[in-house]
Design a protein around this ligand. Structure first.
Ligand SMILES: *[C@@H]1O[C@H](CO)[C@@H](O)[C@H](O)[C@H]1NC(C)=O
Ligand SMILES: *[C@@H]1O[C@H](CO)[C@@H](O)[C@H](O)[C@H]1NC(C)=O
Length: 164
């Protein structure tokens, strides 16, 4: 048991060195922070601090949906609004959207991790260039995402030991 503990610490250190949180843990963490990943969704939609309508697992806004180029939108069968609601309430689709938002800002904020870009773009629906705004609130949000992601990674690594 102690050996496993040591080994998981070692793996976390490697993860810190390469400084890259896997997308799946990053998105899972954002989902937890936004809505308890679905558990706190009483209604699918609510309003954010800027009074924008936000929906689904990640509290996605139509503005953010536009910034991920309308993932999964089929113009032949539905309106953008319907596609937005469908995507926001589907974890796979919504997480794909959240992950893609920072892509527009390709060369901005080089040198920070992909997960940090995603988190900073997502905070309060700021959008692709969120990574340029290092307010204490935005940085605080990122550090919560980072911490939670590391916890997810650690649980995953520890679990994996038992199956190898
Ligand atoms: C979710 O609901 C619980 C219990 O009502 C509350 O303590 C928690 O702060 C909520 N989380 C979010 C992200 O709203
Ligand atoms: C959820 O979204 C994914 C990706 O867009 C799609 O492949 C899947 O069919 C959707 N699931 C449902 C139940 O609509």
């Amino acid at each position: 048991m102690f050996y496993i503990f040591l080994q998981s610490i070692f793996i976390i250190q490697i993860a810190c060195v390469i400084n890259e949180i896997p997308n799946s843990f990053c998105l899972q963490s954002i989902c937890e922070l936004e809505t308890n990943c679905g558990l706190n969704l009483t209604n699918s939609c609510s309003y954010d601090s800027q009074n924008r309508k936000v929906c689904g697992y990640f509290r996605l806004s139509e503005y953010m949906y536009k910034n991920c180029y309308f993932v999964g939108f089929n113009p032949e069968t539905e309106s953008i609004r319907d596609a937005f609601h469908r995507c926001a309430n589907n974890y796979t689709c919504a997480s794909e959207c959240v992950k893609n938002v920072p892509n527009i800002a390709k060369h901005k904020c080089n040198g920070i991790s992909k997960c940090q870009k995603i988190a900073m773009a997502h905070f309060e629906g700021r959008g692709p260039y969120g990574c340029t705004e290092k307010s204490p609130e935005r940085m605080g949000y990122w550090s919560k995402v980072e911490k939670l992601s590391m916890e997810f990674s650690r649980h995953f690594m520890v679990l994996r030991q038992f199956f190898e």
